[in-house]
Design a protein around this ligand. Structure first.
Ligand SMILES: Cc1cc2nc3c(=O)[nH]c(=O)nc-3n(C[C@H](O)[C@H](O)[C@H](O)COP(=O)(O)O)c2cc1C
Length: 192
């Protein structure tokens, strides 16, 4: 029997969110029981069938002007063809967002991804981690240093390139999300 596919579909204007997407993929690949697929919104037209066949889809985007980037929103609107037939109903969904500011209205973007998942009848998987860096012994190197619950948050200094940021803590948090969704996909598809 073929392994369940856990797909990531992401937009990245300048490469920072792509780094986060690759960290999510590394987490998916920790599991031998699933296949990972990394799809940029720029190549989504050649990959709708991969998404249709996936057990889980993880959404990823940068925050532009306080919300999901137009590049990601374009994908979301194109996915309405799937919505017509509720083709993605009962797939797992999850999300990650990356922005220049520590806050930067990331939650707004993550909630927009959640809304997209619910329009499609998908089941949302959160991060499943306590917040890091929230007490006197904490540090910016903590896993989940930005304290997200519904998904993985990353922050990339606006004057540094994707070879420098987001920092390792955010990449590890993204990796955790990938592993968590992979494990959830195995449980969710058991016997299906
Ligand atoms: C048009 C535009 C709007 C942005 N708006 C925000 C914002 O609202 N909040 C924020 O924290 N960062 C904002 N940023 C910074 C990006 O979120 C940040 O640089 C991010 O790392 C870009 O990811 P990318 O390289 O994958 O496109 C904005 C950047 C651009 C280009």
């Amino acid at each position: 029997m073929s392994k369940p596919v856990v797909a990531i579909v992401y937009h990245s204007g300048y490469g920072h969110t792509k780094v986060v997407a690759e960290a999510v993929l590394a987490g998916i690949k920790e599991s031998d029981a699933v296949e990972g697929a990394l799809i940029s919104v720029d190549e989504v037209d050649a990959n709708w069938e991969v998404l249709d066949g996936a057990a889980a889809i993880i959404f990823g985007a940068p925050i532009y002007m306080g919300n999901l980037s137009a590049g990601f929103q374009g994908f979301a609107e194109k996915s309405s063809k799937r919505w017509m037939e509720l083709k993605w109903k009962d797939k797992l969904a999850a999300g990650f967002v990356n922005s220049g500011s520590q806050n930067g209205d990331k939650l707004q973007g993550l909630h927009a991804m959640f809304n997209l998942s619910q329009q499609h009848g998908m089941l949302w998987v959160g991060l499943g981690l306590h917040p890091g860096n929230n007490n006197s012994k904490g540090s910016v190197d903590d896993l989940n240093r930005l304290g997200g619950f519904g998904g993985a948050f990353a922050q990339s200094n606006v004057d540094e390139g994707p070879d420098m940021v987001p920092p390792a803590a955010d990449r590890k948090t993204a990796q955790h999300l990938g592993r968590r969704v992979a494990d959830a996909a195995v449980r969710w598809t058991k016997g299906a």
